[in-house]
Design a protein around this ligand. Structure first.
Ligand SMILES: Cc1ncc(COP(=O)(O)O)c(C=O)c1O
Length: 345
């Protein structure tokens, strides 16, 4: 059971169902730091297979997955080419500079999507006095880009660039299963076009904790050491991996429902006076609204909305984000849209 209100703040709001808890209860466990947890190992085998990668690593959060990936590929002073609204730059407490001492080179992007030409322009020439470009970074789906899917053809171009220049390509696929559901492109196709990737179990897939990194054996070997450095070398994590296995089995196939609910929310809120949709389309499960024309701030609107039994997240002074997930039904999404209209009346 989730919230006492209709919680559209994030898909991280999902809580484990009785059936998922049952799977967790039954999990066989061992010491994952020693590679001896059978349930973790089963999850990693499954994840590596889904994305066509050699190996995988179970980590506590999407943030840790991102930070491990950045650290594995870079040295202090290196540059990571990414869009300026990527999660590790925008929402990870400055961790890339704290943990890896890197800086970002930003690529102009449309909802997180950029072209090979744009990425190429951000690469540093070899042998100059500038920093070394060590990593190409993309996010799929793009959170701040309103759940935008990174088109596979664009990724293909980036892959070609990465191979030609010998610069690894990493995909933050926190919501890659949403991208796969919306585009019909199977996870393995995305996996084939990057050196490594991560995905989150604790967002739309409904687990209480956990993300997975996948890549080559060498990359995962480095990642294991960095996870330990970051204090993420957990032990009987099988109890959490069991939730992950359950989610991969039962909760991937239903993501299209969340997308349809987000579309419905967008439809119902588009006619509310004072509300403007930040993005013209709702590709997956995220909708961004701007309430500037109502004369109220996002904080104020959200407080009024909460009095009426629903909540979005506040993203900027007048911008708000709604994220649909398995703990909100079609009916609740419709109720939340009605509550928003009342909050703005
Ligand atoms: C694209 C993306 N990457 C990484 C993360 C970080 O995940 P976590 O909250 O598990 O640290 C998020 C969280 O919302 C995200 O949207």
């Amino acid at each position: 059971m989730s919230a006492r209100f209709i919680d559209l703040r994030s898909d991280t709001a999902t809580c484990p169902t009785p059936a998922m808890r049952e799977a967790m209860l039954r999990a066989e466990v061992g010491d994952d730091l020693l590679g001896e947890d059978p349930t973790v190992n089963a999850l990693l085998e499954r994840a590596a297979d889904i994305f066509g990668k050699e190996a995988a690593l179970f980590v506590p959060s999407g943030t840790q997955a991102n930070q491990i990936a950045i650290k594995a590929y870079t040295q202090p002073g290196d540059e990571v080419v990414a869009d300026a609204k990527c999660h590790p730059f925008r929402s990870e407490a400055g961790a890339p500079s704290v943990i890896s001492g890197i800086q970002f080179a930003f690529v102009p992007a449309d909802r997180g999507v950029f072209s090979r030409r744009e990425a190429e322009a951000a690469l540093r020439p070899a042998g100059g006095l500038g920093p070394r470009t060590a990593l190409l970074w993309m996010e799929n789906t793009h959170n701040a880009g309103g759940g935008q899917v990174f088109p596979l053809e664009r990724m293909e171009e980036l892959r070609a660039l990465s191979l030609e220049r010998g610069i690894p390509l990493h995909m933050d696929g926190a919501r890659i299963f949403n991208a796969a559901a919306a585009s019909g492109v199977p996870p393995r196709e995305w996996g084939a076009r990057c050196d490594s990737l991560s995905f989150c179990l604790s967002k739309g897939l409904g687990c209480p904790v956990g993300s997975v990194l996948a890549g080559s054996r060498v990359f995962i070997g480095k990642a294991q050491r960095i996870r330990k450095i970051l204090g993420g070398g957990w032990r009987q994590a099988g109890i959490l991996a069991a939730a992950g296995l359950y989610a991969l089995e039962h909760n991937v196939g239903r993501l299209a429902e969340d997308h349809a609910n987000a579309e419905r929310f967008a439809e119902l809120t588009s006619g509310i006076p004072g509300v403007r949709h930040v993005f013209p389309t709702t590709p997956t499960n995220i909708v961004f609204l701007d309430v500037a024309e109502s004369g109220r701030t996002a904080e104020d609107v959200n407080a009024r909305l909460m009095e009426r039994g629903a909540a979005l997240s506040v993203f900027g002074r007048t911008t708000m984000r709604a994220v649909t997930h398995l703990d909100v039904s079609r009916k609740e999404v419709e109720e939340a849209a009605r509550a928003l209209a009342e909050a703005l009346a």
